[in-house]
Design a protein around this ligand. Sequence first.
Ligand code: CTP
Ligand code: CA
Length: 226
Amino acid sequence: GYFAPKDLPLQGKKVVVTAGPTRERIDPVRFLTNFSSGKMGYAMAEAAVKLGAQTTLISGPVGIDPPSGVQVVQVESAQDMFEAVIEHFDSASMVIKTAAVADYRPIEIHAQKMKKQSGESTIVLERTTDILAELGNRKTSQLLIGFAAETNDVVHYAKGKLVKKNADYIIANDVTEVGSGFGTDTNAVTLVGKNNIEMHFPYMTKKELALQLLQTIIHLENDVKK
Ligand code: CTP
Ligand code: CA
């Protein structure tokens, strides 16, 4: 349960937040990645600290300073992130998967730089582990919160991910909207959850949005448990 002092509702709870992109190596000088800046995840971690949580931030490579008061674990690939999350999962009350995890990685990491002279122009990919789905399989009492970056049918896809990954909430983001999504300091999202919960959060800074999202989720959970 989430019963704690009103201003510090996450006191005594461990919250794990993942943030940023992952990097999937091709060879010693190249990798596959995405446009995630890490800002939303870092804002989620900062909000968790503000609400009293013992916070672990598992971060892919980003160019921003971590908020004070969080334990930071730096990772590179989806596999690294998976292993770090699993390490912290049993002791966590809440896992917030803000990270934009690569869905595919090269099947082989070349030990030497690939040379154009070789004419090899195909990189064969394989799926990475779906971390959130794996947590959904393993969860005991942890609250699981995912994010979904979409370009169309945002709420529809988010609801699908909620069910498929056995998550408690999905925060859905239309990355094509101006002032929303990758790299910006602002965001607008829709929170979807069990019991047909669907709440829109208008444009605001990612920091303010993170706090409102966490407070709303805590409130919803306390209502459920009363
Ligand atoms: N996620 C994850 N591990 C992956 C891929 C995604 O944990 N290998 C998590 C993300 O951190 C996010 C949620 O799953 O919290 C949704 O990610 P998203 O990329 O939107 O969904 P996918 O299931 O990968 O579907 P698609 O990219 O095809 O829309
Ligand atoms: Ca994906």
